[in-house]
Design a protein around this ligand. Structure first.
Ligand SMILES: *[C@@H]1O[C@H](CO)[C@@H](O)[C@H](O)[C@H]1NC(C)=O
Ligand SMILES: *[C@@H]1O[C@H](CO)[C@@H](O)[C@H](O)[C@H]1NC(C)=O
Length: 399
């Protein structure tokens, strides 16, 4: 892990992931929701429904529904789609491309509510800023720790350090359970509903780590990732109990490559061990890689427990590194700066974020990997999704 000798920076780092929480709107227009984008690699897998749980990476508008004042509801979020949709990007997310590739319309955010949205083809329960562990468990660990100076500084920026959303993985699972209770009325009926459905569980956990990073030490810190992953594994067991037959489990992105991480540690520039060969932060990437390693081991256990269920790891980490190393060929002129932001270091500054007054996007978001310093541009999401669909689809044993 990175050194913890500068509390302010560390707090900022956790902030980063808090911000991933900023709400968005959602595809309010039918047009937008039902539009399919012709990008997905060929695959023969088509599903009746997709259900998604997770955090900002997959949030198509839940946080935006929870917090209408969220930056995700403000221009230039959604600029490529013509209006903010609640997604943390200029346009579409990976989950949108996955939906298209697997024959399902873009997923409506569950928190929009049944009166406003259709959930016949599945639902998206992912909420930006969500933690894998329940808020009560984090609170019992004293996470995130209170620092009045820091909290006060954030408040002056209109940001709140403590839980921006309480819709952690277990809350999302409750929503799924309640949705299924209303949709199918016997074990057989539910199994029938879910037998040709696809589940995405994650990615999730980055936010837990940003809290834990600031507040945990030693053995507590070492036990934290296994605890986070146990909770994810338990969620997968529960949805298999509901009747899920195909589950995709995304791992963590290389968090140390994101502008939000890099900008806060740029003062470490001279420290030779601080960056890896991609010029990403070693500490955060090691944490993400450790999460992924434990997650993959948990998936192997689950496969033994449930030999009739397809459980597939989605390698977000290497998908991102692939985009990074092919950046030039893919048309990304800037690999590490935010397209939409401000400030002198990686165009990212917590006091002046994308969506705030006077903060402008770059002229062509397709030339950037990072949209706002924390989330990816549509173009980066598209390339990530292409890479991932090519690896996931054959493992789903369709057709
Ligand atoms: C989340 O829960 C905590 C404590 O239970 C509460 O103080 C906070 O206001 C809640 N946050 C939101 C966004 O609901
Ligand atoms: C759904 O129904 C089951 C079985 O009746 C029940 O145990 C569970 O608590 C229900 N879930 C919700 C969220 O209401």
């Amino acid at each position: 892990m990175p050194r913890r000798n500068n509390k302010f920076s560390l707090g900022s780092v956790m902030l980063l992931f808090l911000l991933i929480l900023q709400p968005y709107l959602s595809c309010a227009r039918k047009l937008l929701c039902d539009d399919h984008v012709d990008v997905a690699p060929k695959n023969s897998c088509k599903f009746d429904r997709i259900y998604s749980l997770g955090d900002a990476t997959a949030d198509t508008g839940n946080l935006a529904a929870e917090v209408p004042d969220s930056l995700f509801n403000k221009f230039p979020y959604g600029i490529t789609l013509g209006k903010p949709t609640g997604r943390p990007s200029n346009g579409l997310l990976m989950i949108d491309y996955f939906a298209s590739a697997f024959g399902v319309p873009y997923l409506n955010p569950y928190e929009r509510g049944v009166e406003k949205a259709n959930f016949d083809r599945g639902a998206n329960f992912a909420v930006a800023g969500a933690t894998a562990l329940p808020i009560e468990i984090l609170q019992a660990k004293g996470l995130p720790p209170h620092d009045e100076t820091f909290d006060g500084w954030l408040a002056t920026k209109g940001l709140h350090l403590r839980y921006a959303t309480n819709s952690s993985l277990n809350v999302q699972l409750e929503w799924l359970s309640s949705h299924l209770n209303q949709t199918c009325h016997s074990r057989e009926e539910c199994q029938d509903l879910l037998k040709n459905s696809l589940f995405f569980i994650g990615d999730i956990g980055a936010k837990d780590y940003s809290y834990g990073f600031w507040g945990l030490e030693g053995a507590e810190w070492d036990a934290f990732a296994p605890e986070v992953i146990q909770n994810i594994a338990q969620t997968i067991r529960t949805i298999i109990g509901f009747g899920a037959t195909r589950v995709i489990v995304p791992g963590s992105l290389p968090l140390g490559c994101l502008p939000v991480s890099l900008s806060f540690f740029h003062h470490e520039e001279d420290s030779p061990l601080f960056y890896d060969s991609n010029h990403c932060m070693v500490g955060w990437n090691n944490q993400a890689a450790r999460h992924n390693q434990i997650l993959k081991a948990a998936i192997e256990e689950l496969k033994k427990e449930y030999p009739n269920v397809l459980i597939v790891y989605a390698d977000y980490y290497n998908a991102y590194l692939s985009v990074l190393s092919n950046a030039q060929n893919l048309g990304f002129e800037d690999k590490f700066s935010a397209c939409c932001g401000s400030g002198t270091v990686f165009n990212f500054d917590f006091g002046s974020l994308c969506g705030m007054p006077g903060v402008n996007p770059c002229p062509n978001p397709d030339n950037y990997i990072s949209w706002d310093g924390m989330s990816l541009t549509q173009q980066a999401n598209k390339y990530m999704a292409d890479y991932l669909i090519n690896s996931i689809a054959p493992q789903l044993k369709c057709g």
